[in-house]
Design a binder for this molecule. Structure first.
Ligand SMILES: Nc1nc2c(ncn2[C@@H]2O[C@H](COP(=O)(O)OP(=O)(O)OP(=O)(O)O)[C@@H](O)[C@H]2O)c(=O)[nH]1
Ligand SMILES: [Mg+2]
Length: 182
């Protein structure tokens, strides 16, 4: 985490950004500890920014979930400096199953990175290659791993060399759980 993180009570401010339907609000539910898949079906598209505070994995989080629809995105870029104030971490979420919007997602990512660099903002930055579901080839017949790999290489190529970030493959779908009852 960045050294000058000075939020109240050590609360971490985290922004979730990315195109609409990418899975950001679903990730928030996961961070909140929701394990019932049915709850995910109840999610509606996020209108502008949804802010929530909760405790997750030992940290107090102040999550800003940025609705990704086109009509909202321009404002985020124009007013980025205002939104990013006090931010410890940004997660940029890309739906890797949405191959048609790879370049749109990449352009949006680059706009955000440019803003961070212009303002010399110090924060953790992660890129989630999301919807990388277990056994994905069974649920998505069009899935082509080499396409994803090529895209990830393109991201790495476009990211400024002096910009620190991590790229992760993520999914909300995990395997069946069991709990002892006696
Ligand atoms: N296959 C798969 N689907 C997912 C995953 N995560 C989320 N989804 C689905 O993706 C759709 C969009 O999820 P949301 O979390 O609402 O997406 P969002 O990024 O918040 O969208 P906006 O609020 O419009 O910006 C929903 O139908 C989710 O169930 C995942 O890991 N794998
Ligand atoms: Mg949402």
């Amino acid at each position: 985490m960045k050294e000058n993180a000075s939020n109240e009570n050590d609360r971490k401010k985290m922004l979730l950004m990315g195109l609409d339907k990418g899975g950001k609000s679903s990730i928030v539910l996961c961070l909140k500890g929701i394990r019932n898949i049915a709850s995910f079906n109840l999610l509606n598209p996020t209108i502008r920014i949804n802010r929530e505070n909760f405790r997750s994995y030992g940290s107090e989080l102040n999550i800003w979930d940025f609705g990704g629809q086109e009509q909202f995105r321009n404002d985020y870029i124009i007013n980025f400096n205002k939104y990013v104030l006090g931010t410890d971490k940004i997660i940029f979420v890309i739906d890797i199953q949405d191959t048609e919007r790879y370049s749109l997602a990449l352009n949006y990512l680059m706009e955000i990175v440019k803003k961070i660099q212009e303002q010399k903002i110090n924060l953790d930055f992660s890129i989630f290659c999301h919807k990388y579901d277990p056994d994905i080839e069974m649920t998505n017949k069009n899935f082509d791993e080499s396409k994803v790999d090529t895209f990830i290489e393109e991201i790495k190529h476009k990211m400024p060399t002096n910009f620190q970030y991590e790229i992760l493959k993520t999914s909300i779908y995990t395997v069946f759980q069991k709990t002892n009852i006696h």
